[in-house]
Design a binder for this molecule. Structure first.
Ligand code: NAP
Ligand code: MG
Length: 500
């Protein structure tokens, strides 16, 4: 690093380097005042008559009224899914199922701008991410699993794969449509029917998806969408008519679901939290690594279960890395998710904002050093400045607990052994990143890191062909790839392992 850069503790804000606003028009989205529940191919009122309002986190403005599904509604939806399973879908030819999945994939591509705008409006993520990541990946998952639908016998040779029945699926708010795609596509490809609950704060793309199902002429009852809060999720889990539960969300709720299902024989997969280590060795291409660090923790405001929230830097390159990282942070544009130049959008909800602020406070109190680039935040809405903590000890809460926000904790190491030991010192085990020029070191590290996914010289990279899932408190079961089909199938003559 040059003398000049080193002297400065805080890099200067590039004052003249402003971007003209580049707002994406929201005209393409037309919202109803109020949405019912999508059951048996129709919109129905919730039995309770209760609705709640979903807002936009960028300005706290209400977007639409959404139904709160209760026990009776869950019963109705599970009944519709059971009928659809028994009266056709479960027995439909595999090529027929593939046809619908291909249609859904193509319609998602055709309507991708509409979906991307709605995803950013309701969830707060930057439009460039929903446009370039969430939507293409959601369509890709439907294409990918459409391809498997009529090849299950080849996927699982000599095991006679059969659908399970009705799948209850519960998803979080950080990748609303993408999580829906991860769950619905393999379930349908395997011949199951679905009752899905989107998160309370981000129901709108799941509701728009019902219109895609109508366009694709998917038979009624094959996919049912129930909106509501955690109570709706709990009813889906408990209902005796759901044969399999797929849950993505917090470890706390995941544990409660596992307790609830113990002994019931229902299949279960859990995709839970994470506290990933992103490990930078001294031979890494540093500029690329810095981009990887930024992508690892500030992508989607850090609302990413596999976010690289613990950065491990080899001591010999520590200062250089932190200097470069701080400088890069000053160029991140935080603000309106609907602006095409925005890098970091709005925090999903006031509740999440509080949780982030509380953990950041604990970091300061425990003795870590905080860095936040100077940045102007919009007046309304929920925002958090991209944050880096240095001088972090492994015992600090910010090094142990999932923050699920744009907050990075930096630690150091000297040897690969120390890096592995520290990286694995977590109750989670979802993902990890390794940055080094040495192929042998990548393989050695990947073998020793207790994480479901290990990225090398990249981070947060997804592909429908690649399985994703955790160890330890990050859950069990895999989504994506061939592995992602297995939890939606049963096999002749094989005893079923609980927890599938
Ligand atoms: P959450 O509170 O566990 O919620 C997840 C989903 O479960 C939501 O739809 C939620 O409804 C519902 N739910 C809440 N209580 C429930 C209950 N008792 N029974 C059944 N369902 C219930 O998690 P979140 O705050 O939305 O999401 C953040 C968490 O998800 C983070 O910990 C993150 O790491 C994890 N996550 C993991 C992955 C992965 O693939 N491993 C991916 C994304 C997120 P409400 O919306 O009404 O609360
Ligand atoms: Mg929640």
């Amino acid at each position: 690093m040059s003398e000049l850069e080193r002297k400065q503790d805080r890099a200067p804000v590039p004052a003249d380097w402003t971007y003209a606003p580049a707002p994406e028009s929201t005209d393409i989205v037309s919202l109803q005042d109020r949405y019912g529940l999508f059951v048996g191919g129709e919109w129905v009122e919730p039995a309770s008559g209760e609705y709640f309002t979903t807002i936009s986190p960028r300005d706290e403005e209400p977007l639409a009224g959404v139904a709160q599904a209760g026990r009776e509604d869950v019963d109705r939806a599970v009944g519709a899914a059971r009928d659809a399973f028994q009266n056709g879908w479960g027995k439909a030819s595999a090529a027929e199922r593939a046809k619908y999945l291909f249609r859904i994939a193509r319609i998602l591509q055709e309507r991708s701008r509409e979906f991307a705008v709605l995803e950013s409006l309701n969830g707060g993520k930057p439009i460039k991410e929903s446009r370039d990541v969430d939507l293409p990946l959601a369509a890709a998952h439907f294409f990918y699993y459409a391809g498997w639908a009529d090849k299950l016998e080849y996927a699982f040779p000599n095991r006679t794969p059969k659908p399970i029945g009705v799948a209850g699926q519960i998803i979080p708010w950080n990748f609303p449509l993408l999580m829906l795609a991860w769950k619905v596509a393999p379930a349908l490809a395997a011949g199951n029917t679905v009752v899905l609950k989107p998160a309370e704060t981000t129901p709108l793309t799941a509701l728009l998806f019902c219109d895609v199902l109508r366009q694709a002429e998917l038979p009624a009852g094959v996919v049912n969408i129930l909106t509501g809060d955690g109570r709706t999720g709990a009813e889906i889990v408990k209902h005796p008519g759901t044969d399999k539960i797929a849950f993505t969300g917090s470890t706390e709720v995941g544990k409660a679901i596992q307790r609830e299902l113990a002994g019931t024989g229902k299949k279960l997969t859990l995709e839970l939290g994470g506290k990933a280590a992103n490990i930078i060795f001294d031979d890494a291409a540093l500029d690329q690594a810095v981009e990887g660090i930024v992508n690892g923790i500030y992508f989607n405001q850090g609302h990413v279960c596999c976010a690289g929230s613990r950065l491990f830097v080899q001591e010999s390159i520590y200062e250089q890395t932190i200097d470069k990282l701080k400088r890069r942070l000053t160029t991140l544009r935080v603000g309106d998710p609907l602006d095409k130049n925005t890098d970091v959008g709005a925090i999903n909800s006031s509740m999440q904002l509080e949780k982030i602020a509380e953990l950041v406070e604990s970091g300061k109190e425990e003795g870590a050093e905080i860095y936040q680039p100077p940045c102007r935040l919009p007046e309304k809405g929920y925002w958090f400045v991209p944050t880096v903590f240095t001088n972090v000890a492994q015992s600090y809460r910010i090094a142990q607990e999932e923050i699920f926000g744009p907050v990075l904790s930096v630690l150091t190491f000297r040897t690969p052994d120390e890096a592995v030991e520290k990286a694995n010192n977590t109750p989670y085990g979802l993902s990890a990143g390794v940055w080094t020029e040495k192929g042998s070191r990548i393989l050695a590290m990947a073998q020793r890191l207790r994480a479901g996914v290990v990225w090398a010289n990249t981070f947060n990279r997804f592909d429908p062909t690649s399985p994703f899932g955790g160890y330890k408190e990050s859950g069990f079961g895999r989504e994506g790839g061939l592995h992602g089909l297995e939890p939606y199938l049963k096999f002749d003559g094989e005893t079923e392992e609980w927890g599938g």
